[in-house]
Design a protein around this ligand. Structure first.
Ligand SMILES: [Zn+2]
Length: 71
């Protein structure tokens, strides 16, 4: 899966996006998931549905954001 729709970023860019405070904050501000552009994002700027799909480094970065630690 590269992306869920044309509005979100490419899956390959997610790890990079999760290290960019500016991108995460913007996703939270507009409440649009970084990956699928859907509503209802968490502290990492990713929605619940996408969070469940993440693995490895992506999941670790999301967990850091959720814990209040900026990666
Ligand atoms: Zn999403």
């Amino acid at each position: 899966m590269d992306r869920l729709n044309s509005e979100g970023i490419d899956r390959s860019q997610l790890k990079y996006a999760l290290t960019q405070e500016r991108m995460v904050k913007e996703a939270r501000r507009v409440n649009r998931c970084l990956l699928c552009a859907g509503p209802g994002v968490n502290e990492a700027g990713v929605c619940d549905g996408c969070s469940a799909l993440l693995s490895g480094e992506e999941a670790r970065l999301v967990e850091l954001w959720m814990a209040g630690v900026k990666p």
